[in-house]
Design a binder for this molecule. Structure first.
Ligand code: 5RP
Length: 236
């Protein structure tokens, strides 16, 4: 599976491969979204096919659900699973405390619900995702379409006086049209450059009417597995 990969894909693959070894027979596993998580789903599919691994997967997006089914993983809903042994997902940024920015692919809501309903969350990433302070990657927030422009104004006003370096907020687009999440919501991307107090920002943003959830994952991730282009893997 790993032959002739670019260094970035090799890094994602080796992290995913290592994380897949944490999955044991009978586990209920949250399956993340994005390109790194897609490698994980493929690695697990290979174990299902070659080793007869028996797991139930709870996908965090319609795209992951389709891929999981394609590679032979039994897919169940979170409500069927009730609680998960493990979730493995990618991230857009992680810091030294293993706090994350997620949602670059627009799946942060399902990702956060699923990760929170798991005994353990493992993040898989290439080394470029490591940051000293969160915020270089625009922080996504999921908002309901009703009155989204008013919600955006309220978000911008809330940022005044907060420990951030930028305050630009943009509606995520899909070509000429607004992007829609799997839940039928929009995404506002917050261009903050630096998030001085991620816990505080997360709590305050989620108080704003119209905001469904934000992409800060605070105290949710237990381990980050970092892959490198030369095939090395490290854990934090
Ligand atoms: C999707 C996510 C992804 O995990 C995140 O964007 C990382 O994606 P990739 O592995 O493609 O870099 O949060 O909502």
């Amino acid at each position: 599976m790993s032959s002739e990969l670019s260094p970035i894909d090799k890094a994602k693959f080796v992290a995913a491969k290592q994380a897949s070894s944490y999955v044991e027979d009978g586990m209920k596993v949250g399956l993340g979204s994005g390109s790194t998580a897609a490698w994980l789903v493929k690695c697990l599919g290979e174990r299902v096919e070659k080793e007869g691994l028996k797991i139930k997967g709870v996908p965090t997006s319609s795209r992951t659900a389709a891929l999981a089914r394609e590679v032979g993983i039994e897919v169940i809903s979170l409500d069927e699973a009730k609680w998960l042994d493990l979730t493995i997902d990618g991230a857009d940024e992680y810091d030294g405390n293993l706090n994350l920015i997620k949602g670059g692919g627009g799946s942060l809501l399902q990702e956060k619900i699923v990760a929170t309903a798991s005994d353990q969350m493992i993040v898989i990433a290439d080394a470029s995702k490591q940051v000293e302070t969160l915020g270089t990657f625009p922080l996504p927030i999921e908002v309901i379409p009703f009155g989204w422009q008013t919600t955006k104004t309220l978000v911008e006003e809330t940022l005044i006086g907060m420990d951030v370096l930028g305050r630009k907020v943009t509606l995520r687009m899909n070509g000429d049209a607004p992007f829609y999440t799997d839940e039928g919501n929009h995404i506002l991307d917050m261009h903050l450059n630096r998030i001085g107090n991620a816990r505080q920002l997360s709590l305050i943003v989620n108080q704003i009417p119209g905001v469904v959830e934000n992409g800060l994952f605070i105290d949710i991730c237990d381990v980050v597995i970092i892959g490198f282009g030369d095939g090395r893997v490290e854990s934090r």
